[in-house]
Design a protein around this ligand. Structure first.
Ligand SMILES: [Ca+2]
Length: 246
């Protein structure tokens, strides 16, 4: 009986903490995005993933709210469909398992991607054999171009993503990278990427999973948005670090 009462009380406290954590990013997102993400992470049950985030993942640089936000919808209580996972960045001492975003290697004419402005598929694949075969195409974004990925199913523990990029303009190009969440809050975590002239993987970029509240054994979707902000950049091999399996 005592155990039951304790359990109920503990559950109530956990719910209260979770409610505070959910509200905090809404209040703070406009001016203190990093703090908001940290508060949210603090409420996560998955301590292993939290520690891993703190140690290895580039902290998200920015979060925003957009006008016209709609009411959050609950994430699905079903896991993602089976996908292929591989340690594709092990050459760069990153032994995490990754899965390719939908046509994330742009070998199928950016199928499923939404392209706006000066965006096109270029006959210039990354030189790294990350998948089954070396590709021949990448996505080129000049300043002002926008590319949005197909929806990507994510579960608990999907903590970061990375891709391969190069600048092809005379000056160094730059991309703004954002994460679009399906929870209706339209929060975005942004990072600016300035690739060199030679193809190279970016650092890991955080998905700020605390902002999308995936249930245990559940899933939700995110999308990645790339905006050309200076010069011309080509990107290729967009990979997501999947469920925490190590
Ligand atoms: Ca490619």
């Amino acid at each position: 009986m005592l155990r039951f009462k304790y359990s109920r009380a503990a559950s109530g406290i956990a719910t209260a903490i979770a409610a505070v954590a959910i509200m905090a990013p809404v209040a703070d997102a406009a001016d203190k995005p990093e703090k908001a993400a940290k508060v949210d992470n603090a409420a996560k049950v998955d301590n292993a993933a939290k520690v891993e985030n703190a140690r290895n993942v580039e902290t998200a640089g920015e979060a925003e709210n957009e006008a016209g936000a709609v009411a959050p919808k609950k994430p699905a209580a079903t896991p993602c469909e089976d996908r292929t996972f591989a340690k594709v960045f092990s050459t760069w001492h990153d032994n995490a398992l990754y899965t390719l975003a939908g046509d994330g290697d742009f070998e199928n004419q950016a199928a499923g991607w939404t392209l706006e402005g000066p965006a096109s598929v270029a006959a210039d694949g990354s030189p790294f054999l990350l998948g089954a075969a070396l590709g021949a195409s990448s996505l080129e974004l000049a300043a002002g171009a926008v590319a949005v990925s197909p929806p990507i199913c994510v579960e608990r523990g999907f903590k970061s993503f990375r891709f391969v990029a190069r600048s092809v303009s005379v000056g160094q190009g730059a991309l703004r990278v954002q994460v679009l969440y399906a929870n209706g809050k339209r929060k975005k975590v942004a990072r600016r990427v300035r690739p060199d002239a030679e193809w190279a993987p970016t650092r890991k970029i955080s998905l700020a999973q605390g902002l999308f509240h995936v249930r245990r054994h559940g899933s939700t979707t995110i999308q990645l948005r790339f905006t050309g902000s200076a010069g011309t950049v080509r990107l290729d091999d967009v990979y997501i670090d999947p469920f925490y399996r190590r």
